[in-house]
Design a binder for this molecule. Structure first.
Ligand code: G3P
Ligand code: MG
Length: 249
């Protein structure tokens, strides 16, 4: 069970201020006061779990082509920071193991989003869960999430004690039955697609709702007023400050 959920979760670290899914981004989220971070994990060609969001390398590295075409050694030769700002030149795509080490040291809670390259749902979840169960310390909060139901089924079967978040964008008609089947602890929904009624329907299943990705304080207040428990944000420090400065909803 999840004992606590944060109001704000640093999305891909602190994506507004640092190159997403890098160690620098994790450190920046902590510096900004985030209690939790969310990161995305995918497999390299040699099946090493690494932090990256897109299926391809172009947007967030100086490489090109599909992520699973490269071995870890080939991926580590790429720069994952300069595209964002030259201050971050030399950042590399972190392995999940490296990221877990930094996140533990920073004392952050973690939402690990399993983001498989298409067709690699089961091995990606399998490898990520194996690492998590081996390396994640008890006592630090952890939530594993995915849009891909097969990933959540692997998580349920491999590590039933780790809470699972069911990520939804355009929910299938049977989303509630799927949430039951995978034993979802949270429903992680697209903020832009929500209304008071949709949030009420999700909460009626007894699950907390987390919404991605919210960088605007007015929208954050509205979502909280509808009963959303927590938000993924690219700007954990700025949003927290703006929420603290404003009047409650
Ligand atoms: O886990 C919340 C959010 O990260 C899901 O969407 O595409 O940003 O990974 P995406
Ligand atoms: Mg994500």
């Amino acid at each position: 069970m999840l004992s606590t959920l944060p109001r704000l979760i640093g999305h891909r670290g602190a994506k507004e201020s640092a190159p997403e899914n890098t160690l620098a981004s994790l450190r920046e989220a902590a510096r900004q006061g985030a209690a939790w971070v969310e990161v995305d994990v995918m497999l390299t060609r040699d099946r090493v779990p690494v932090l990256i969001h897109d299926d391809t390398l172009e947007r967030t590295t100086n490489g090109a082509g599909p992520v699973p075409d490269l071995t870890l050694a080939e991926l580590k030769a790429l720069d994952a920071g300069s595209w964002f700002d030259t201050r971050f030149a030399g950042e590399t795509v972190p392995t999940l193991e490296e990221a877990l080490g930094v996140i533990r040291k920073l004392g952050l809670g973690l939402n690990l989003e399993i983001k498989p390259y298409p067709g690699q749902e089961v091995p990606t979840a399998d490898v990520a869960l194996e690492l998590l169960t081996r390396l994640w310390p008890g006592g630090l909060p952890l939530l594993v999430s995915s849009f891909e139901v097969p990933c959540l089924e692997v998580a349920r079967d491999r590590a039933p004690e780790i809470p699972r978040g069911y990520l939804l964008w355009d929910p299938p008609a049977d989303w509630a039955a799927i949430a039951d089947r995978i034993g979802a602890a949270t429903l992680n929904v697209h903020q832009d697609r929500q209304t008071a009624e949709s949030v009420a329907a999700y909460r009626a299943t007894g699950r907390p709702v987390l919404a991605y990705t919210v960088n605007d304080a007015a929208r954050a207040r509205t979502l909280f007023s509808w009963g959303v428990a927590g938000l993924f944000t690219d700007a954990p420090g700025r949003l927290a400050a703006e929420l603290a400065a404003g009047t409650p909803p």
